[in-house]
Design a binder for this molecule. Sequence first.
Ligand SMILES: [Ca+2]
Ligand SMILES: [Ca+2]
Length: 488
Amino acid sequence: MGPDAAELALLWGDDANDNMPMTKKAIRLLTSVAVAVFCALVLTVAVSPDADAVQRPNIILIMTDDQSADTLWSMNRVRAHLLNRGTKLTNARFAFPRCCPSRASILRGQYPHNTGLFANENGSGYFRNRGLDRSTVAVWLDRAGYDTALIGKYLNGHDQKYVPPGWDRWFSQGGGNSRTVNDDGEIREYGSGTHMDSVRKREISDYVRLKASTHRPFFLQASFFAPHAPYDHQSAYEGAFANAPFPRPPAYDEADVSDKPAYVRSKPRVSEAKDLEYARDYRDRLRALQTVDESIAEIVGILQNHNELNDTYIVLWTDNGYHMGEHRLSTGKLTPYETDTNFPMIVRGPGIRQGVEDDRLVLNTDLAPTFLAWANVPQQPWTDGRPMEALLDARTDPATWRRYVLLEGRTPDGNGFGMPDYAGVLSQEGEKYIRYASGEQEYYDLRTDPHELESRPEAAPQALKDALEALRTCAGPGCRTAENGPTP
Ligand SMILES: [Ca+2]
Ligand SMILES: [Ca+2]
């Protein structure tokens, strides 16, 4: 039991909720775990200026699905509420840009070779059957006294009747965009034609309002389906973005693919019909994203109304990037190319630098450790990622950070376009080396070839290949050592 508003008002005076967000949270945590007989003592300790108060900020992870970096410009409320008020991590990476593996990496702070999860097919069953869902960031934060919620997409191939451990609030369709939703154990059917992201937006706002008004620390994963195919959007946006130019970057319909592996070389040029289809789909993707954009404004407004905004971390990210015609590849993800493996992560919250960009390498494995750090919960010793809280806070900027990330793609359940499994490495400087199971290799220096137009595997530095060897089978602290590279 935590103190209600009246109790806090008694303690602090009427403006308790306005002035003391950090200490207020500390009291919340302490009282929530204390039995009544100790309440007086605990409160005395907590209000003492010397008290070693444990801070419990709220944490909200907003996720889109299959969003590519070239759609972010359309989200005006993201610009106002997150980009201008937070940090844009431009070099944020997915170890494997695929829905289920990426979401599993986020939940456990591990590379796919350590979750073992590379497939979408039955991904959630795998995660459950191997007991992986008994130790996720939701479980850790739940145990630490957080209220935890997942609203929206979870893992692919999810058994809808099943609510995984650690989640206090569960409103999920499972893996796709089904109109059948498990609402805290109760199966709900929504009518045909229901725009499900709008339903999620409503549930997200309701949850944030409830938790913000009770002033109990919460962790929310708000997982939208937008802008995933088939790009379902609100009818209100039907005519929007009609003239938005479809971006055709230099990699689009790549003219010379003689430098590329066979799965790319075998693709024909982008036809006129395909080009029109991509342009139409691109505009529908922008329309679909507007519901997420609206939701972000609502979340921020609600937090502001309840004086919780300054005590809340908000992260916006997606689960994987997306390509539409780049390197001649039809719509999709999974590849190690920049379109798929990179999407800027946007973070705002207490102490975080505002309106700045940071190009240091961060990874989907970093989110769980970062959330633990923000919540002042001890790290799990076996996670591969590292907390970003010091990097994001101008006052504690670390002198050293990782130099390499591992990129690893395996599709035991098939991928439909002939891409062999691969393992690769990307350096902070922008050198990318990929080795496929077919024996083919790719190397790009993104400083001189940012669009990956001319692979030169013979030019790959030995140090990069060595880094890949060290990373390929790394685990836990060993991954962080390998990512840091040899000490000079
Ligand atoms: Ca996805
Ligand atoms: Ca080329």
